[in-house]
Design a protein around this ligand. Structure first.
Ligand code: ADP
Length: 455
């Protein structure tokens, strides 16, 4: 409960920290975007307000005034005035772009920024400032592009609106020209530029995060491992004390009986009692040997390798083992003949197979199948021990090969054991550079697979 709370707490904290970090990075990005736009705007203003650009503007303005006069005198049409404006500005634009690009290069911005100047309205007002004439009307006509790059206004930012106002000299009455322009700027690929500038920050936070997540999962993993080890230790101590109790109490009683019987001179009964003492002593010795011998690692197992035929070897083991079984256990052999001999240590490999066999019987298998085949393609000897016993849940399958691990007694009947058999078998197979694995389904049975590669 406590560790679950701890793990949940750490995960929630980690998520909260991630959210804060993401929010901070997003804020930095937005701030950078604003600074970007401001810098770009200032640079454009610097370039656009030079004398050279002003002189260029006056070329098309003067030309426009001339055209307007022709129009007022009904010499040309309204559309011709606008057409002419477009033609003149197109010619000027080349020089404007050159001036603009040179100017922008001199400023300290390190990204590409384009501008577009267009006319939205051209209105002539009379002396009462009422509209006399609309040559270009933003309500009806689309704006005319005059200078810069003709990009779409949709992905651009409006940075300036201005009106060039000019009194027109007309002999009959006073007239005022209002020539309204708009300037748009387009920061080319600016998102990428910002991301590039933020990349060090981004990479660093991702790395830091990966590190923290790694550290956390390592700690959680360790915590779970420690907890499991503690449980295994308690189980083992309970098991071994239980196993020791029976022979020890038997010994205590028999010693007492022996003393009494000797005193009474009943040597025949005393002899039997000595045999009981001897058996219990052997049992104790056996238990201790099991713990000492079966808990060695694979690198401590000293194999004496021999080349032999697998099937006769398996038959010998099964035949010897069968004698110890009662009749309701059936053993089926399923061997595929091969000329390939196995190279192994007969004693150790036999011990591992016997462990699997006795587990199959202990965990309530009544039909046990032992299969053998040699896979020519991958050059492996494969021995399977299958049973129809109680099976092992998915959760426990990973753990059963650990030293002293036993499936908790709480969940099932009491089966005797110290949790060393599968650990030791795995170490033996590992010493043969092989693999021992399990496939099992609860209440259906288990299949243990030994793979020994051709040496
Ligand atoms: P032990 O049998 O002494 O407990 P093992 O190392 O041989 O120790 O096995 C570890 C655990 O694996 C056992 O406690 C048991 O729960 C499970 N197990 C092993 N073999 C089988 C099997 N054939 N069927 C079901 N469970 C098995």
């Amino acid at each position: 409960m406590k560790s679950r709370f701890l793990i949940l707490g750490s995960i929630v904290t980690l998520i909260a920290i991630s959210a804060i970090q993401a929010y901070l990075i997003y804020n930095t990005y937005e701030l950078k975007k604003k600074t970007f736009a401001m810098d770009a705007r200032n640079s454009i203003a610097k370039v656009y307000t030079t004398q050279e650009v002003d002189s260029l503007s006056w070329i098309y303005r003067n030309d426009f005034l001339n055209q307007l006069e022709l129009y007022e005198n009904s010499k040309i049409s309204k559309s011709e005035v606008l057409k002419n404006l477009e033609t003149t500005t197109r010619e000027i634009n080349k020089s404007f772009l050159k001036l603009y690009e040179e100017g922008i290069k001199k400023t300290d911005i390190n990204f590409d920024v384009k501008i577009k100047v267009s006319v939205t309205d051209i209105i002539i007002l009379d002396s009462l400032t009422t509209v006399d004439e609309k040559i270009l009307d933003s309500q009806k006509d689309s704006a005319i592009f005059i200078l810069g790059n003709n990009f779409s206004s949709k992905d651009a930012m409006l940075i300036n609106k201005s009106t060039w106002q000019k009194e027109l000299e007309d002999s009959k009455q006073f007239k005022d020209l209002h020539f309204k322009t708009q300037i748009y700027m387009n920061l080319v690929d600016w998102e990428n530029v910002i991301i590039k500038e933020l990349s060090v920050l981004l990479i660093l936070s991702v790395l830091l995060f990966a590190f923290v997540i790694g550290l956390l999962s390592y700690s959680i993993h360790n915590l779970i491992k420690q907890k499991r080890l503690a449980e295994i230790k308690t189980d083992f101590i309970n098991n071994i004390t239980h196993e020791l109790k029976t022979p020890l109490s038997t010994l205590a009683i028999t010693t007492k009986t022996l003393t009494n019987k000797y005193a009474e001179g009943q040597t025949e009964i005393a002899k039997e009692t000595i045999q009981v003492i001897d058996r219990q002593n052997k049992r104790l010795q056996n238990l201790i040997d099991q713990v000492v011998n079966n808990s060695v690692g694979y690198d401590e197992i000293d194999l004496s390798l021999k080349k032999f035929k697998t099937i006769p070897f398996l038959n010998d083991i099964i035949n010897d083992y069968k004698i110890t079984l009662n009749e309701n256990v059936e053993i089926v052999r399923n061997f595929i003949e091969t000329d390939e001999k196995i190279i192994a240590d007969k004693f150790y490999l036999g011990t591992a197979i016997l462990n699997l066999l006795s587990n199959a019987v202990k965990y309530e298998g009544t039909k046990i199948e032992i299969s053998y085949s040699y896979n020519e393609k991958v050059k492996q000897h494969i021995i399977l021990v299958s049973d129809n016993g109680i099976g092992i849940s998915k959760r426990h399958q990973k753990l059963i090969f650990e030293k002293f691990f036993r499936v908790s007694e709480k969940d099932r009947h009491n089966y005797k054991g110290l949790g060393l058999g599968l650990y030791y078998s795995k170490q033996i197979i590992k010493a043969h550079k092989g693999i021992l694995e399990v496939e099992s389904k609860e209440n259906e049975g288990s299949v243990f697979k030994i793979i020994i590669p051709k040496q």
